[in-house]
Design a protein around this ligand. Structure first.
Ligand code: NAG
Ligand code: NAG
Length: 480
């Protein structure tokens, strides 16, 4: 008790002593300094705390920017290492498909058209932005001038010529073509990145290129099984011959896609693979399409190779849809192997089309959307879809080198997935009256049946040899 009182007294004394009423100016000044130094210390601590937070924020922001542009700059190191050993595509696929979280795969981003004539800025490459103009809402159609530079467009045309263009009319008889292919030729056709090995992606991508009718699904399944059981996970030419020997039955009945190759007249075409191991510009085109569409990169990466078409003078294409309706007796060409059903018809399931105009034709050659934004759609009214629709067409786009058109061939199903075919996406290429017209078509293949698309993506990214990668896929498997 006494002790307590004593302590209290002491404290009182201190308290009395500490803020004493100022007696003379000198004391006041001294006390003022003391007080303000106490104040400024607290102030200093607060300021320092905020300063540290600020610095941490800046560092976090810098790291964020670094890693974000890091992924965007992927093109640049790859550009320099065009002659360097090719990375295994499989290794690159794993992160992208593993990062395809269920939420992502359930919700496909879809661009907004707002209204016809609306212009939005899009970021496709590091050093500039592009304008994207809405051309129509039915179908949802955009125009992106300068998607490729004029020089880049001519590089694509040169690459197509190097690869070799074949007459589109040949495609109407895929059966006869197949019989003339030797195993070596077939291997070379399958080996999209020309690295002398067949990767899983290459075998599976064949099944969804419209002109890839060299193999029946029976043969394809055999070869795929051979690849799965091969410890290295890839097939060399020798292994391919061993696996495919005796199974190449050339039974093409019911194979191939209806009508697609027949729509073009006086044209030649080729396919350019956009994945690993190809020219950096082609990989960059794939990246730009990914950025433009905002779709998960795994979907774009797994899509069919770009088709480059060269129309001669007098060349045109009939009005057609790039994608097809899927129902019970048809399945998507790209997921056909996974579907494992008896559906006799295969249709190309192309959620969207990015059509690149590679040159400015001297005369004619407009890309026409005859029913764009029409109130109703009746094919009969259009009459002969081969030619007349060009004069009647609601919307015609003159080819300008480097300009891209992007449109959705399917509506949304309302739950963020691919819905029905958008009939208004009907389009064709008008008669080239003078010179040539070059186009490049990039399609993103998505199965309207979501589970099938997911199974397909798991199949493509699954590696029997990669024991270390198994856990990731175990997780993915659980997630999906
Ligand atoms: C495909 O389906 C058949 C029966 O419909 C089944 O026996 C077979 O195992 C299936 N194959 C695969 C790879 O799922
Ligand atoms: C376009 O719309 C008009 C008016 O609604 C209609 O008369 C015409 O048949 C439509 N054209 C087509 C090709 O459906």
């Amino acid at each position: 008790m006494g002790e307590y009182e004593h302590r209290l007294h002491e404290l009182e004394g201190e308290a009395n002593y500490f803020p004493p009423p100022p007696r003379h100016p000198g004391g006041r000044e001294r006390l003022h300094i003391q007080k303000s130094s106490v104040c400024s210390r607290a102030y200093f601590v607060v300021v320092m705390a905020f300063f540290h937070l600020y610095i941490i924020n800046i560092i976090a922001l810098l790291l964020y920017v670094h890693y974000n542009t890091g992924s965007g700059e992927q093109d640049i190191p790859l550009e320099n290492s065009a002659s360097a050993p090719r990375p295994m595509p499989a290794e690159h696929r794993i992160p992208s498909s593993a990062s395809l979280s269920p939420e992502l795969s359930f919700q496909l981003p879809r661009l907004e058209g707002i209204r016809v004539g609306h212009v939005q800025r899009v970021s496709l490459v590091l050093d500039r932005t592009h304008n994207m103009r809405t051309l129509s809402l039915k179908p949802l159609l955009f125009e992106i001038p300068g998607f490729l530079s004029v020089e880049e467009s001519s590089v694509v045309m040169q690459l197509a010529q190097l690869k070799g263009l074949t007459h589109s009319s040949l495609l109407t008889a895929p059966d006869s073509q197949e019989e003339h292919l030797t195993q070596d030729q077939l291997f070379s056709l399958l080996d999209l990145n020309q690295d002398g090995l067949l990767q899983r992606e290459e075998i599976l991508s064949l099944s969804h290129s419209t002109d890839g009718s060299w193999l029946s699904s029976y043969n394809l399944r055999k070869i795929h099984t051979g690849l799965e059981t091969n410890p290295s996970g890839v097939l060399s030419l020798q292994e391919f011959k061993r696996v495919s020997g005796g199974v190449l039955q050339y039974s093409t009945a019911g194979q191939g896609l209806d009508g697609h190759a027949k729509v073009r007249q006086r044209s030649t075409h080729t396919r350019l693979y956009l994945g690993e191991g190809t020219h950096h510009l082609l990989k960059s085109i794939r990246n730009r399409v990914t950025r433009l569409t905002r779709l998960p990169s795994s979907l774009v990466d797994l899509s069919e190779p770009m088709e480059v078409v060269r129309y001669e003078q007098g060349g045109y294409s009939h009005a057609h849809h790039d994608s097809g309706p899927t129902n019970h007796d048809s399945s998507c060409a790209h997921t056909h192997l996974v579907a494992n059903n008896s559906a006799s018809k295969q249709v190309a399931c192309r959620y969207l089309t990015a059509l690149l105009h590679l040159n400015s034709a001297d005369g004619g050659g407009e890309t026409s959307f005859p029913v764009a934004d029409n109130r109703t759609y009746e094919e009969e009214v259009l009459g002969d879809l081969s030619q007349q629709y060009c004069d009647k067409g609601n919307l015609k786009v003159k080819p300008v080198a480097g300009t891209a058109l992007l449109w959705y061939n399917h509506l949304s199903d309302g739950n963020g997935w691919v819905g029905e075919l958008d009939e208004f996406s009907l389009h064709g290429d008008c008669l080239v009256t003078r010179g040539f017209k070059w186009t490049g078509s990039v399609w993103v293949n998505i199965d309207p049946e979501q589970q099938r698309q997911e199974r397909y993506q798991r199949l493509v990214s699954w590696h029997p040899d990669g024991q270390s990668k198994k856990p990731e896929h175990g997780d993915l498997h659980q997630d999906l």
